[in-house]
Every structure is written in C-alpha cells, then in structure tokens.
Write a protein that binds this ligand. Structure first.
Ligand SMILES: [Zn+2]
Length: 259
C-alpha cells in the first residue's frame, strides 16, 4: 500500500487518452469528464460525484477564491476508467499493485472499474497534486517534494491516524527528519518502505501545520516564492514573518505542537 502510494504519481508515461478512449462513453461534470470503457458504469457516476466534491474541498483548503475559475469547459480534468484491472495494466504497463495514477501535464487521472482505494484515497490524493500544480506551476523542481506530497496527503483522511501516530513516535524518540534534510529529498526511488512511511508521515504533518497556521494563501504564496528561486528561509520569513521567520523556527514550533 505504501509502495503503491509512492509510485502513483508518474510524470512521464506514454498514454494517449484520445486514442485509448475513442470508443468509450463519457460523463461530463463542471470540472471533469469521465471516460469509461464499461457500459452503464455506476463506478463512473460515483467517480464524477466524488471528483466534483473533492475539487471544491481541495480548492477551498488551498485558498481558492471564486475569481479563480479553472478546469471549466475544454480545460476540464479527464479521468479515464478502464473496464478491468487487466485492461488497465495492459495499456498503461503499471505495476500489479497500482490502482491508478495521474499525468499532471495532461491533467489526467487513469484507473479502472472498482479499483481498490481509488474513490476513498487515490482520487483525492491525485486531484490535490493536480490542483496544487495548477496553483504553483507545472513540473517545478524548486518546490520540495515534501510540500507537493504533503499537500496531496493532506487530502487523504483515511490514513491520517496512522501517519499522525508515526509522527508522534518519531518526535518522542527524537527521530524526526530535520526539515533541511527532508527538503533535500527529490525522489523516493530506491528507498525502503519504512523510510517512505517516515517521509510521508512527516510531509503530511508539516504541510497541514503550515496550511493551518495562517490563511492557506500564505502557503501557496510561499510555494510560488520557492518556485521563483527564493530560499526556503526567505520564503518562510516573507509569508510567515511572525510565526516562522526561519526553517528552524518552523521546525521548533511544529515539534512542540505535534509530539
Ligand atoms: Zn503523491
């Protein structure tokens, strides 16, 4: 499960939605088009209903204002649902445990009928990645991975108790990862499942802590400042001047409030 989470967010995958789904039916909402291979699919209807619901919740929690009209009409996000796991795996070449993934530059999410954990956690996680990317810029390498994953994880409520418990343990044993070290992590390739759990636990805790510390617009602006080349200390002191003027202030405050 943990491993599945790491690899669901795939940047580069050969997938031609228009070609794959040319004979599929579709369902349109305000911000999503669901292309489904199975006829009369209740799973597709539920996917559309939840996607619109998650969209509202995530956009609001990231400081969306009514002026930002995004993902409407031809800019809708596309969700492709294969009729079976076999059909999904054959075309997308995903690992056997994969239940779905996103392609950010195509604003697309791909899964299959009845996929495990898709409606409950994968859909909201991947949507948060896509919306966050829209807010701060696509394919940006200067925003630490922990912020990107932390925002996505902040939208997954089902596993939060597990990760929060792990954070408490890490703090009580003085074993959390110092934020400067966490910020150095650019890829999770080759790390162990335990290391991944620590990374995700701390990332979601820190991201939620920052989002709750002030108006979420502060968090998004901090990410934009990082995108534009400011250091993490500069971005923090500009957007959280009183609360966290430096990374060490943030770390100290977070440890005191999360242990
Ligand atoms: Zn992710």
């Amino acid at each position: 499960m943990m491993l599945a989470l790491i690899l669901t967010y795939v940047l580069q995958i050969p997938f031609n939605g228009a070609e794959v789904a040319k004979d599929w039916a579709n369902l349109k909402g305000d911000h999503f088009v669901i292309y489904h291979q199975a006829a009369n699919s209740a799973f597709s209807r539920e996917t559309l209903r939840r996607a619109e619901q998650y969209y509202d919740k995530i956009a609001k929690e990231l400081g969306y204002s009514r002026r930002d009209n995004f993902w409407l009409w031809e800019n809708r996000c596309a969700i492709y649902l294969f009729e079976s796991k076999e059909a999904f795996s054959k075309v997308t070449q995903q690992a056997v445990w994969s239940s779905g993934f996103a392609i950010p530059d195509k604003r697309a999410i791909i899964s299959y009928e009845g996929a495990t954990d898709f409606l409950e956690s994968i859909l909201s996680h991947e949507l948060a990645h896509l919306i966050f990317r829209d807010f701060v810029g696509l394919g940006n390498q200067t925003i630490p991975l922990w912020m990107d994953e932390g925002v996505a994880m902040s939208q997954e409520e089902s596993r939060r108790p597990f990760f929060d418990h792990l954070v408490k343990q890490m703090i009580s044993q003085n074993k959390w990862v110092a934020i400067p070290d966490l910020t150095q992590i650019q890829s999770l390739q080759g790390i162990t499942v335990n290391e991944a759990a620590v990374f995700y636990a701390e990332s979601q805790s820190l991201a939620r802590y920052l989002l709750a510390a002030d108006h979420p617009e502060r968090f998004i602006q901090m990410c934009r400042d990082l995108r534009d080349g400011k250091s993490i200390d500069q971005s923090l002191s500009k957007n959280y001047p009183k609360k966290f003027p430096s990374v060490s202030d943030l770390e100290q405050n977070w440890v005191e409030n999360s242990g």
